[in-house]
Design a protein around this ligand. Structure first.
Ligand code: PLP
Length: 350
């Protein structure tokens, strides 16, 4: 009986089939340069492994505050932004009041709400996967305390209507704008809003720009808000190695990362243009490091791509995502392999 609640939960699912070309997790496909890895190895050697890490993440905090042009007190750190999502669901508002988010979106808002036992209000996006005022109004009638907007959204790739995000925040709810993919977008961030409002915060992550392995997420909020949220954070959630690696990469590796992001943005446009010429494929616009495509048969195309050594994310079983696949932008040569494989799958099966 103690496990009854857990038995009803579904855990976060990810694609794990080993494949030559992995385009399934929205990672940066480029590894760090060898010289940077050498530097990291040297710094890691200096860690006193018997000691706890700095609970205040002080040195990294200074680096990130400079990078985002905010005060150190505006930042709260998480073991990935996943942990910050969980922290917000645990701490913001009354646990008896629901968490709301538009669907389809990043599944962790649902997974963490269910784990914590908080009600959910899921509302619909329009046919272009954008927010709709009437759906927001209907959701607000159910009195949520907390609303999550992933913008750019995963798995759809588009950014949401800014005015409707602000409209939501004007309605006495706490709004989280999850900007996991903002580095790939030319749209404006909600950073300024976060620094000026008591009820809006943004989330950022190092995972999509090349450091998925170290698990580092950042919440940016007004000082008074960040201070309160920080009280719920576990004391040593950012490991010593994570702090060291992020420090090295965010000081010495930034030009490389910026270059990689530019390559990926160009590759995204190239992929979108190529796919527009594929019969039977609909490609959606994207501000992220992945694209969403609609195929004649999602399950079959997904399976046949795996047989050809290419792993993408099958979204077919999610409502409104029938026959859709999410394809992370890879290295130029990986994208070529994907295009070739998809062309063959379409020729051979449809
Ligand atoms: C919208 C969104 N938010 C948050 C995350 C989680 O990122 P992290 O690796 O920092 O936990 C993801 C990862 O896919 C995501 O798509």
């Amino acid at each position: 009986m103690f496990l009854d609640k857990l038995k009803k939960l579904k855990s976060y699912k990810t694609e794990t089939t080993p494949c030559k070309v992995k385009l399934s997790s929205n990672e940066n496909p480029f590894d760090l340069p060898e010289e940077l890895k050498e530097k990291i190895a040297e710094e890691i050697k200096k860690i006193p492994f018997q000691r706890y890490p700095d609970p205040n993440v002080s040195e990294l905090r200074e680096i990130l505050a400079n990078l985002y042009n905010v005060k150190e007190s505006n930042l709260v750190f998480g073991n990935g932004s996943d942990e910050l999502i969980q922290l917000l669901i645990m701490t913001i508002g009354n646990i008896k009041n629901p968490v709301a988010y538009p669907i389809p979106t990043f599944p962790m808002y649902q997974v963490s709400s269910d784990t914590i036992g908080r009600e959910k209000v899921e509302f619909q996006l329009d046919e272009n996967f954008d927010l709709q005022k009437n759906e927001i109004d209907k959701a607000l009638e159910k009195s949520p305390d907390l609303v999550f907007y992933a913008s750019p959204n995963n798995p759809t790739g588009n950014s949401f209507n800014r005015e409707l995000i602000k409209y939501t925040a004007d309605n006495n709810v706490f709004v989280v704008v999850d900007e996991a993919y903002i580095d790939f977008s030319d749209k404006e961030s909600f950073l300024d809003e976060a620094l000026n409002r008591d009820n809006l915060v943004i989330l950022r992550t190092m995972s999509k720009i090349g450091l998925a392995s170290i698990r580092l997420g950042v919440l940016i909020a007004k000082e008074e808000v960040a201070t309160e949220i920080n009280k719920g954070r576990l004391p040593f959630n950012i490991t010593y190695p994570t702090q060291i690696i992020a420090k090295v990469v965010l000081t010495e590796g930034l030009p490389v990362i910026k270059e990689q992001i530019e390559i990926l943005k160009k590759e995204r446009e190239k992929l979108i243009n190529e796919l527009k010429n594929f019969d039977g494929i609909k490609v959606y616009p994207s501000d992220a490091n992945f694209i969403l495509i609609k195929t004649p048969n999602g399950d079959l195309v997904h399976k046949k791509l795996i047989e050809k050594g290419v792993l993408v994310r099958n979204m077919s079983h999610i409502p409104k995502m029938e026959n859709c696949l999410r394809v992370s932008i890879g290295k130029p040569e990986e994208n070529e392999i994907f295009l070739e494989a998809l062309k063959k799958v379409l020729e051979e099966n449809f």
